[in-house]
Design a protein around this ligand. Structure first.
Ligand code: BTN
Length: 263
């Protein structure tokens, strides 16, 4: 029997665990619509319809990953909600770093806006979904998938995806990492909610940004361009220095790549 989280103040104090589920984000949304409390956590051993960003699926092999979603009921303008994804990215990167005990050879980085990478391979994805009531946020779901001990990935993502086990040789205890993620999340989320922007965590985010001060390709539907990633604004846009000046890239439809591949 899996119980509520022990090392947090509010995240995961109500927890629902499933062996099999379609998607923890879908279940969390259902619970939110029934009125569950802020901080309710849904976890699963397996998802048969795990969801990724931009309508993609999230490969969720049984027992080898962490699949979890947290319900938030923030007093926040809807326009500020996308920043919570970056807050979660810092929390996961720090948590993985702590659980791996800062092994110098494998440092978790963030690929803007919210993929966590180890050795330039994606080990975690974050999908934040928002539900409005008129013009206010009713609830947000922060869904996090971490590849913990996955050894094989579907052919389409074999070049870019990996797991903590494959990259470090360490078989991390899933419950320990879940606790660590939400403990870190509480800390950074509290800082975010003090200012309603990323001002207080911007430097920590930038220190984890994998492409910082390196050349990137911005895949903007209006036209691709290259530049040097310099950091983020206090509202989470990527700052890219180009031949035509500084551009601020919003996540929406735009992806950023390294010049020679995913990172
Ligand atoms: C991405 O595309 O990078 C985001 C992936 C998010 C996956 C997680 S797994 C737990 C939660 N439930 C889902 O269906 N998706 C998120």
């Amino acid at each position: 029997m899996i119980g509520c989280l022990k090392n947090t103040n509010w995240a995961g104090k109500e927890r629902y665990h499933f062996q099999t589920i379609d998607s923890t984000n879908i279940k969390a949304k259902e619970l939110a619509e029934k009125g569950c409390v802020h901080g309710t956590l849904v976890t699963a051993d397996f998802q048969d319809a795990g969801r990724g960003r931009r309508g993609r699926t999230w490969s969720s092999e049984k027992g080898t990953g962490i699949y979890m979603s947290l319900v938030l009921r923030p007093d926040l303008e809807p326009g500020n909600a996308s920043m919570v994804t970056l807050v979660a990215a810092v929390a996961v990167a720090k948590a993985i770093g702590n659980v791996l005990e800062e092994d110098e050879t494998v440092i978790p980085f963030i690929k803007w806006p919210n993929d966590i990478v180890l050795n330039k391979k994606k080990v975690c994805g974050i999908l934040t979904e928002l539900t409005l009531q008129k013009t206010k946020i009713d609830h947000m779901i922060v869904g996090i998938g971490i590849n913990v001990s996955t050894k094989e990935f579907p052919i389409e993502i074999q070049q870019t995806a990996s797991s903590l086990l494959l990259e470090t040789g360490k078989d991390v205890e899933k419950e320990e990492l879940i606790e660590a993620v939400w403990q870190q999340f509480e800390k950074y989320y509290t800082q975010f909610m003090e200012t309603y922007d990323l001002g207080l965590i911007q430097k920590e985010y930038e220190a984890l940004l994998i492409n910082k001060d390196e050349k990137v390709k911005v895949l903007d539907p209006a036209g691709e361009y290259e530049g040097i990633a310099r950091g983020i604004t206090n509202t989470g846009e990527l700052i890219v220095e180009t031949g035509e000046g500084i551009k601020q890239v919003s996540s929406g439809e735009v992806s950023v790549r390294g010049l020679y591949g995913y990172v």
